[in-house]
Design a protein around this ligand. Structure first.
Ligand code: ATP
Ligand code: MG
Length: 574
């Protein structure tokens, strides 16, 4: 599947691939991988990486693996493995039979490590974690060599074998690369390659009590899978020398017919949210949100539950592009992408979220008229439907004001509005609760000639309101979402505040007595609509049963992104 309808030179990774293909590097193969660590759910940032890796493969006649980077058993879980697969598939990508785990390679990595020790390139170090840190030096000062650095190859082989056999306590020893304690790059100052950790691994169980470090396992996993382009985020740029060192020191020629190349790109950051898995997990575990798939979360599962389509997320990833420098993307662009997608696809219906009753005193009591309405004026192929009209209706509470300011063009005493696809009505009388003053009913008259085709149908009325027929409407609950964080950059701790202090207290508003026109009856979980004037909504995929219809608002209709672009004099493109 090709996700790109733009030329192949649009991102710098593709430019590198173009050069490689020209030079017949890796025998003209393009083989990428998406390597999540199964320690949390995927988020929209991962979607960028997924679209990039699977997209590069598809655009270049190559393939892309899904690889679980499961080298840290203390934080990993099968729940995450399952959710990651579901999310990648939902986004529209396919790894065919190429789903792998770094843990599949523990034996091979161990064997490579024995060779590394034999070559005098690694040693067992007995310094504590704290001491290793102290010996490491700083950006301005070189490190100090470990007193264990010059152990003999025999002693290192013996100790490492016994580390594997479980003879030593967790944390008591590590295996380190013997590189250069004076390197200007701290990652090259004899980095740790293996640690002792007695944790049950979700795949290998208790077979291992030593685990390779990510920086060491990753290049070897890439080599074992014969990956050509190992695309990762910018923070790994400083680790690239270690990636290359590992490939230089290990003879993996039996596995691969090329050499993987690490290429870094800028991670996606979005306004009004956090993206680090650690923080997202904290929000879930401390109950700030209702789970990883809470529709306010930037997770793929949250966006899916909210009602986002895979197409809109792929479109978003395409528009933000792939850069070499970190930046932050306005969440309004993501919202713009789902609006654009649903504009063509979502049927328009009328729903009254906070209803107030309207009684048309001059409308015949038992009469019901059915009016034809277009399902989507943007897309005539979507056909029409019939909407019932009767004497008792509901309109939006905020479409009426008893004492309106000057520019209020909706209903108020003595004033008229047009009911969408129906008649013009005039408010004659307001009935209120004597005690509370709350408005109970609006008694109105209607103009029988004001429908299309009628004698007064051309009358100019400023306001048009949506409505439902009281006897026909179906009940629904609606959840209105707002940004999870009030601040644009909740991660930015310059103000001394923890990101959790910046949560938006009004990020969820639940309305329980909404009324929707009858055409939505029987709507399936996941069905999407445009509620006229209110936004795009999706039937919640989880909270469903026969007596309950729950809608999530995906996004309102107010397109702040289009506005920003217009103000800047550009189109709707990023
Ligand atoms: P976090 O820092 O949120 O814990 P991570 O980088 O540790 O994320 P991984 O599971 O290791 O998460 O990520 C899998 C892949 O997705 C990696 O190649 C990583 O570079 C990429 N990735 C993670 N976050 C982003 C992001 N915000 N934008 C683009 N790519 C990302
Ligand atoms: Mg990671």
């Amino acid at each position: 599947m090709s996700m790109n309808d733009t030329p192949q030179s649009t991102n710098f990774v593709q430019s590198i691939i173009n050069e490689d293909l020209k030079a017949n590097k890796n025998k003209g193969r393009v083989h990428t991988r998406f390597p999540p660590e199964p320690n949390g759910y995927l988020h929209i940032g991962h979607a960028k990486s997924i679209c990039l890796n699977f997209g590069l493969a598809a655009d270049n006649g190559g393939i892309c693996n899904l690889r679980f980077d499961d080298t840290n058993p203390s934080k990993e879980d099968v729940e995450y493995v399952d959710s990651i697969q579901a999310d990648v598939k939902w986004l529209g990508f396919d790894w065919d039979e190429r789903m792998f785990y770094a843990s599949d390679y523990f034996d091979k990595i161990y064997a490579y490590t024995i060779e590394l020790i034999r070559a005098g390139r690694a040693y067992v170090c007995d310094l504590s974690a704290q001491e290793i840190k102290e010996y490491r030096g700083t950006l301005t000062e070189p490190g100090q060599e470990s007193p264990y650095r010059n152990r003999s190859i025999e002693e290192n082989l013996d100790l490492f074998t016994r580390m594997k056999a479980g003879e030593f306590a967790d944390g008591s020893r590590v295996l380190r690369a013997k590189i250069d304690m004076a390197s200007p790059n701290i990652n090259m100052r004899d980095p740790v390659l293996y640690r002792i950790l007695r944790a049950t691994h979700h795949r290998t169980g208790d077979k291992w009590c030593i685990y390779p470090m990510y920086d060491y396992a990753h290049p070897l996993s890439d080599a074992i899978e014969n990956i050509t382009h190992s695309v990762c985020t910018l923070e790994f740029a400083d680790h690239r020398p270690l990636y290359d060192w590992t490939l230089d020191m290990v003879d993996y020629s039996a596995e691969a017919d090329g050499r993987p190349q690490q290429i870094e790109f800028a991670r996606l950051n979005l306004t009004h949210t956090v993206m680090s898995k650690r923080k997202l997990r904290e929000l879930v575990e401390n109950g700030y949100v209702n789970g990883w798939d809470d529709p306010r979360m930037p997770t793929i599962s949250g966006l899916r539950r909210r009602g986002y389509t895979p197409e809109s997320i792929r479109d978003f990833c395409e528009r933000i592009g792939v850069a070499k420098r970190d930046s932050i993307v306005d969440i309004a662009l993501l919202e713009h992408c789902i609006r654009e997608d649903l504009n063509m696809r979502a049927p328009r219906v009328m729903a009254v979220l906070e209803p107030v009753k309207v009684i048309l005193d001059n409308y015949p009591e038992d009469q019901v008229e059915w009016f034809k309405a277009e399902n989507n004026p943007e897309n005539p192929d979507m056909g029409t439907r019939q909407i019932p009209f009767s004497r008792e209706l509901y309109i939006e509470r905020e479409d009426f004001m008893e004492d309106p300011p000057k520019k209020f063009f909706r209903l108020s005493p003595g004033k008229e509005i047009r009911l969408k696809s129906a008649y013009i009505i005039k408010c004659e009388r307001v009935i209120k609760d004597e005690q509370t003053g709350a408005i109970l009913e609006l008694h109105c008259s209607y103009d029988p000639e004001s429908r299309s085709g009628g004698a007064t149908s051309g009358r100019k009325i400023k306001g048009t309101s949506h409505w439902v027929s009281a006897a026909h409407a179906i009940k629904a609950e609606v959840r209105l979402y707002d940004h999870l964080f009030l601040h644009e950059k909740p991660d930015d701790e310059e103000d001394g505040l923890d990101y959790k202090a910046k949560l938006n207290p009004d990020s969820l508003r639940e309305l329980t007595s909404c009324l929707v026109e009858p055409s939505v009856s029987g709507a399936k979980p996941g069905c999407r609509y445009q509620f006229m004037r209110q936004g795009y909504f999706c039937v919640d995929p989880l909270d469903v049963n026969e007596s309950r219809l729950v809608f999530n608002r995906i996004v309102s209709l107010r397109d702040t992104w289009a506005k920003i672009m217009k103000a800047n004099g550009s189109g709707t493109e990023a």
